[in-house]
Design a protein around this ligand. Structure first.
Ligand code: HEC
Ligand code: HEC
Length: 288
């Protein structure tokens, strides 16, 4: 994979972000998000060690949204993403597969899985690979429940379940491991992050590292963090997965995205998640 230099290679269609340099002038930083008056969310903090010198502060995507969108996330009654969490809870308690188990048979309540969102993607010793939350759910369905037709990686049912697992982890500090056996996958994710894609020759870093805060098509660019996923998107009127968002961003550069659930997107998710180490789990967040 070649890493192209982005300087000077920006097409006219993205002139809005052509001026390199962050533009936080329009962004109100320093506000705090407390969900339901009790869950304190870290929306800005010091970067993880490997990003020192790149960022002075890492920000949740929440910081870049309008007051209205921000407010929706502060109360579960106003957060449309919570409807999907409820559907996930129903499925959690429903038997599926030949063994007659529900998730609750083994995990009792979703709260017993409250550390999951903050620590995934995570190395799985048994399978010898880095696993996302979705992969772990599929593993339980196929290897422990006898489910003949497990959830599709990006299906509504999977997103509901992933949203449920995120919701019980809200407020926990993102802390994905990037060393040890996960190091190789992390390095692949880093490589992908800095690779220029599509006719516009833009990398993730071009928009989310060098131009966050700047406007692109009337939208303020964030640092592209994944701490709020699955995220309720007003545009979709539904919750979307991390990989779906990655795919959309690559398509916007007229590039050919990797497949949802592919090893490349798993690696990219691990890398991007680690860029948010220190922020809080927020999912389901509310975004444009
Ligand atoms: C028959 C028992 C059983 C059932 C039913 C089951 N699981 Fe699991 N699950 C396990 C075991 C055992 C592990 C630990 C595996 C490991 O550490 O690799 C696990 C691990 C997990 C984890 C990761 C926990 C962690 O701390 O890393 C998640 C998330 C999870 N299950 C979700 C689900 C969901 C969602 C369902 C229902 C669709 C489900 N499981 C059904 C037994 C079960
Ligand atoms: C042409 C600019 C551009 C490029 C290149 C780009 N994105 Fe984005 N991305 C956006 C815009 C615009 C949004 C919506 C506003 C925001 O949250 O930044 C967005 C949103 C996101 C979000 C959601 C953030 C949140 O808080 O919900 C993630 C995650 C993300 N991008 C990851 C990536 C990754 C990974 C890549 C590289 C594969 C990438 N993006 C490439 C423009 C871009």
């Amino acid at each position: 994979m070649t890493r192209k230099t982005l300087l000077g290679g920006v097409s006219a269609a993205v002139v809005a972000v052509a001026a390199a340099g962050v533009g936080l002038a329009d962004i109100r930083t320093g506000d705090s998000l407390v969900i339901n008056g009790e869950i304190e969310i870290v929306t800005e903090t010091a970067p993880p060690p490997f990003l020192e010198g790149v960022f002075s502060t890492i920000y949740s995507g929440w910081v870049f949204r309008t007051d209205e969108t921000r407010a929706m996330e502060a109360d579960d009654f106003d957060n449309p993403g919570m409807l999907y969490v409820e559907q996930g809870l129903e499925a959690f308690n429903t038997a599926m597969g030949t063994e007659g188990n529900s998730c609750a048979t083994c995990h009792e309540t979703p709260e017993t899985l409250s550390t999951v969102r903050a620590t995934y993607p995570q190395w799985d010793e048994e399978h010898g690979t880095v696993q996302t939350v979705e992969m772990q759910i599929l593993e339980c369905q196929t290897e422990r429940m006898g489910v003949a037709e497990p959830y599709g990686y990006d299906s509504q049912e999977m997103r509901n379940m992933a949203a449920l697992i995120a919701s019980v982890g809200r407020g926990q500090t993102i802390n994905v491991a990037i060393d040890g056996p996960a190091a190789e996958t992390w390095a692949l994710g880093e490589e992908i992050y800095y690779t220029a894609y599509g006719q516009m020759e833009l990398s993730c870093a071009h928009c989310h590292e060098r131009n966050y805060g700047n406007l692109i098509r009337a939208d303020h660019l964030s640092q592209g963090q994944v701490n709020g996923f699955p995220t309720y998107r007003l545009k979709n009127a539904n919750i979307v997965s991390v990989h779906n968002r990655f795919r959309g961003c690559i398509r916007d550069t007229r590039g050919e995205p990797y497949a949802i659930g592919s090893p490349e997107f798993v690696a990219l998710e691990l890398y991007v998640a680690s860029r948010g180490n220190g922020l809080s789990v927020e999912g389901p967040a509310v975004r444009n």
